[in-house]
Design a protein around this ligand. Sequence first.
Ligand code: HEC
Length: 140
Amino acid sequence: MISQKFVLFPLLTLLLVSVLLVGCQKNAPTQEENKSPKKDYIRKIEGKSEHIPDEVVAKGEVLVAYSGCADCHRVDTKAKGPAFRDIAQRYPVQPAYVDMLARKVISGGFGSWGNPIMSPHPHLSIEDTRTMVYYILSLD
Ligand code: HEC
């Protein structure tokens, strides 16, 4: 039966070509995957940074040391929370960002770094958390 052979051959070829096509599409990197993961993670916000006085940085470092932040944060490496230096790279030193971050330390929160949640710290004052945030942002 010659006709059966003529039908089967194109069918098999078609199948092979489609399998190959699907395979290639899977391997082709999407635009998202081409970007450096580090850059995506930081998502730097452009803006001018203010100078932070040394004494504010020093006070903030002490406050951070005594407030249990190290349970979840390290300066250079990601732990449960993002590395302080990564946070410093994202935000310009401007009162609006400092205030937003200081409030977030008090209220806790999630969703900015793809991590689990930061627990609330309701016992801390906004003045102290602002000073801590100034210290963190000085690490850039
Ligand atoms: C229980 C763990 C934990 C503790 C304790 C903790 N953090 Fe966090 N922190 C996190 C996590 C998780 C995130 C990321 C939250 C997110 O993705 O929005 C974070 C994020 C942050 C951010 C960035 C927020 C943003 O929106 O970009 C700052 C600033 C910060 N923490 C400061 C502090 C300070 C200061 C302390 C100490 C008073 C502290 N954290 C204690 C877990 C913690």
